[in-house]
Ligand binder design. Structure first.
Ligand code: NAP
Length: 495
């Protein structure tokens, strides 16, 4: 069991509160993964002061030099890939092949940053006036607050930390209380790779105290938040009052459509991965399966058979398909939705209960669950469940399927299985989601492409790729007049 400390101004320090909290393995609650400082506002204020002090020097280092540090981060993460992945499986439960993927996404994001630092460009444009040039450049903003969820303990922090720092900002990160260890290990790597003291600070603690403290601090210029829509709305409200920049990546209720002309075997492996990967705890998880009427019964039969064969267990066992839920409260919340689904009249055909056999008796396991004959307006078809529960809905035809797909307040990811080229293109056009997959599941984003959602999934920003850098930089428009005279735009004429 490791004792973690806050990272403030390059030093590992205990909280001034003297309090700590434990993080336990959700597959085996007897195992304490780590003990962490339960920080208070004094710790946060120290971290913000350190980040503020470090900012002027850090922003003056040229982008390509900052990007060299990112390359070193990628190399160190690669060396430690297995160690990081095992810690992640122990702290949040997802199976080892997925935590390796999570770590790899962080490595890819660092490599992307190492290149972006040499090519991040502005525009040059012609002027209306002679002997004058116009251009744009991008500059950092200052000290950022980064707030992350528990379901991607390495990847999501890297989506924020790397573009934020590469752009010349400094930051404080508050990781989720359920997954603090991964961020602790990541911060250590950044420190060893040469990120100067104070540029990245880690403050552990609760969202209500440390998260809220960031929102309200006058020296924080922006908040980058990934988490639930409820908390996201609260953050947007507080940031709106002080005009802090605020990027919000929130919940999803993603649907996979299976049309009757689709390759059903392909659609089947897609939904198994999309719905039960990460035990359904992905923002992009397939939570609704929308099947066109002619193949509805056949597909459900195929699906039930395969779902019942999924192996549950400790994610460190390479043969396991589905790990535990992250916590007791998450299991209670998922089971609560199963009870709601039953009351609403949906038909439960498999799962619907905790799984407590053998070694799983000491973890937060839940049987992969399928509800069929779900109506599009039922709560289990509308609200984010964030667990291994799939709601299956019958669609009359393609148009009906698209209406059902779009009929939620969320808009993160969608998937359409069809071999009809025309329908595929129409679906791409009509889907009200930030990400659309054709003949692939709702999960599987790549770090060099924009990532984010429409409607209540966010506030219009996109992480991933070049668009992440738009969040963390400010556009500056520059006019350079080399005429030696006063020239007046819109007033001087050529007659
Ligand atoms: P959450 O409960 O909203 O928490 C997210 C983070 O916010 C945690 O670090 C949490 O701290 C902190 N927090 C809680 N209350 C706060 C407050 N009042 N002010 C500031 N920060 C506060 O979400 P979660 O359960 O960790 O993650 C699951 C959710 O994230 C799902 O809705 C999922 O869809 C969404 N998600 C979205 C994306 C995306 O890119 N769109 C990606 C992944 C996950 P504590 O841990 O200490 O409570």
């Amino acid at each position: 069991m490791k004792q973690y400390k806050n990272l403030i101004n390059g030093k590992l320090v205990d909280s001034k509160s003297g309090r700590t909290f434990e993080n336990r393995n959700p597959a085996d609650w007897d195992e304490v993964v780590g003990v962490f400082p339960k920080s208070n506002i004094d710790d946060l204020n120290d971290a913000i002061a350190a980040a503020k002090k470090a900012y002027p020097k850090w922003r003056s280092i040229p982008w390509p030099k900052r990007s060299e540090i990112m390359r070193s981060v990628a190399e160190r993460m690669l060396e430690k890939k297995e160690e990081l992945s095992q810690i992640m499986t122990r702290e949040m439960g997802k199976v080892i092949k997925e935590t390796r993927g999570d770590t790899q996404e962080g490595i890819d994001t660092a490599l992307y940053a190492s290149v972006e630092g040499r090519k991040y460009f502005g525009y040059t444009l012609p002027s209306e006036l002679p002997n004058k040039m116009c251009m744009t450049r991008r500059d950092p903003l200052g000290v950022w607050g980064l707030i992350t969820p528990w379901n991607f303990p390495i990847a999501i922090p890297t989506w924020k930390i790397f573009p934020c720092l590469l752009s010349g900002n400094t930051a404080i990160i508050k990781p989720a209380t359920d997954t603090p260890a991964s961020v602790g290990e990541l911060a250590q790597i950044l420190h060893e790779a040469g990120v100067p003291d104070g540029v990245l600070n880690v403050v552990y603690g609760g969202g209500g105290e440390i998260g809220e403290g960031m929102l309200n601090h006058p020296d924080i210029v922006g908040i980058s938040f990934t988490g639930s829509s409820d908390i996201g709305m609260r953050i947007g409200e507080v940031c709106g009052k002080t005009l802090k920049r605020c990027s919000l990546e929130l919940g999803g209720k993603n649907g996979q459509v299976v049309l009757s002309d689709a390759n059903l075997e392909l659609a089947l492996v897609g939904v198994l991965w999309g719905a039960y990967g990460t035990t359904g705890q992905r923002c992009t998880a397939t939570s609704r399966l929308i099947i066109e009427e002619p193949v509805y019964d056949t597909f459900i039969e195929m699906l039930k058979d395969r779902v019942e064969k999924l192996k549950l267990g400790n994610g460190l066992d390479e043969s396991v398909d589905v790990g535990p839920l992250v916590s007791e409260s998450q299991r209670e919340s998922v089971h609560g939705y199963v009870e709601i689904g039953k009351k609403e009249g949906a038909k439960l055909i498999t799962g619907g209960e905790a799984y407590t056999e053998g070694e799983c008796s000491k973890g937060w396991f839940y049987r992969p669950t399928i509800f069929i004959d779900v109506k599009p307006d039922m709560r289990i078809a509308q609200e984010e469940i964030f667990g291994p529960v799939l709601s299956v809905i019958k669609a009359r035809d393609f148009k009906d399927a698209m209406d059902i797909l779009n009929g939620t307040v969320y808009g993160l990811s969608s998937s359409i299985y069809t071999n009809d080229l025309n329908k595929a293109h129409k679906a791409i056009e009509r889907a009200e989601t930030g990400i659309v997959y054709i003949n692939a599941p709702t999960i599987g984003a790549e770090c060099h492409l924009p990532f984010g959602g429409m409607k209540q999934t966010g506030n219009g920003h996109r992480e991933g790729g070049w668009t992440a850098y738009e969040i963390f930089t400010e556009i500056k428009t520059v006019y350079i007049d080399y005429s030696g005279a006063l020239q007046k735009a819109q007033i001087d004429t050529w007659d």
